[in-house]
Design a protein around this ligand. Structure first.
Ligand code: HEM
Length: 319
């Protein structure tokens, strides 16, 4: 005979089973908000048309979201006091919040309380990559939004001056391999810009790994005592196009920030970088395909699914 207690146990066990099975999947909103992905795409395309630089900004936003408390949109939260994650030193220059807010308000009109801000960030990063002529990839969705956003949680973000071993271990802590580090950090820097702030210390220290001619170019853009907020391309030859040029640059001593250049000092990573450089029309590995895989991996870091977290009504505040 099944008593109420047995039924409850069965029910809970079943609940736990389905919870443990809960995971991100492609097309999570196909029934609950069928136009979710197309709306995000449209908003991103409009933003990139207005300002081609916003593709890089949106890609970076996803990284900075995922590396603190998982991909849960916590970076979007903004309280009155500046004590939120987004104001941490390691998040300086991170942006794209207005684009995410714009997509969210359209989605709230259409399907209120359904699409998470964390998913909008992940989809927007993919659409930004596509807008920069990078690969399209399916984004598994179903993330829920985090309910905390402490500045102190962002203290351990990868830093431009971290040693190669520190960078590797910061990625490993998130379940990402050395190859993911190459693809996601150096690879993503195929688009976008950096403030001179991150370049000047390298120049002042006369970093010997910088190609001498390129050193002069960088020095002229980021002079000693100059404005450190001036922005220069991370991928010198093709800042708006998602391509393998960044790897050629790193190989030739033309990496702009230290954390990109330092990868080439490691034998394994050197080989990985070389494998993505297209010579005679082909390369041993496909940067586009591998980058897409690494993005999906990064997008699953510490996600809140099932009954965890919430679906925020607006992205810059918890409900
Ligand atoms: C080793 C880890 C990483 C370090 C140390 C690092 C460091 C930096 C720095 C210093 C900047 C310039 C910021 C500014 O001046 O506003 C930057 C920009 C950027 N980062 Fe990274 N990054 C890392 C990994 C990543 C990853 C994993 C992604 C994405 C998958 C990414 C995407 C970008 C993009 C697209 C930009 C350009 C942003 C813009 O144009 O505003 N980075 N990164």
């Amino acid at each position: 005979m099944i008593t109420t207690a047995t039924f409850l146990v069965l029910f809970i066990a079943n609940g736990q089973l389905s919870l443990s099975k809960a995971q991100l999947h492609v097309g999570f909103y196909s029934k609950t908000c069928p136009s979710a992905e197309s709306i995000v795409r449209k908003v991103v395309q409009q933003a990139v048309t207005r300002d081609p630089g916003s593709a890089a900004v949106l890609l970076r936003l996803h990284f900075h979201d995922c590396f603190v408390e998982g991909c849960d949109g916590s970076i979007l939260i903004k309280h009155v006091v500046n004590n939120d994650e987004r104001f941490a030193a390691g998040n300086a220059g991170v942006g794209g919040f207005d684009v995410i807010d714009g997509a969210k308000s359209e989605l709230e009109r259409l399907c209120p309380g359904v699409v998470s801000c964390a998913d909008i960030v992940a989809l927007a990063a993919r659409d930004a990559v596509v807008a920069a002529k990078g690969p399209f990839y399916d984004v598994p969705t179903g993330r829920r939004d985090g309910q905390t956003a402490e500045k102190s949680n962002a203290a351990n973000l990868p830093d431009v001056e971290d040693s190669i071993n520190t960078l590797k271990s910061k990625f490993r802590e998130k379940g990402l391999s050395d190859l993911d580090l190459v693809l996601l950090s150096a690879g993503a820097h195929t688009i976008g810009t950096t403030a001179c702030f991150f370049v000047v210390p390298r120049l002042d220290a006369k970093d010997p790994t910088i190609n001498p001619e390129f050193f002069q170019v960088l020095r002229s853009k980021c002079p000693q005592g100059g404005d450190v907020n001036v922005r220069i391309p991370l991928d010198w030859e093709s800042q708006f196009v998602f391509d393998d040029q960044i790897f050629r640059n790193i190989r030739n001593g033309k990496g702009v920030i230290l954390s990109d250049s330092v990868l080439y000092q490691d034998n394994n990573m050197k080989q990985m970088i070389d494998s993505y450089v297209v010579t005679n029309g082909s390369s041993k590995a496909s940067f586009a395909t591998d980058f897409a895989k690494a993005m999906v991996k990064m997008g699953s870091i510490g996600v809140k699914i099932g009954i965890k977290g919430e679906i925020r009504r607006i992205c810059n505040a918890t409900n």
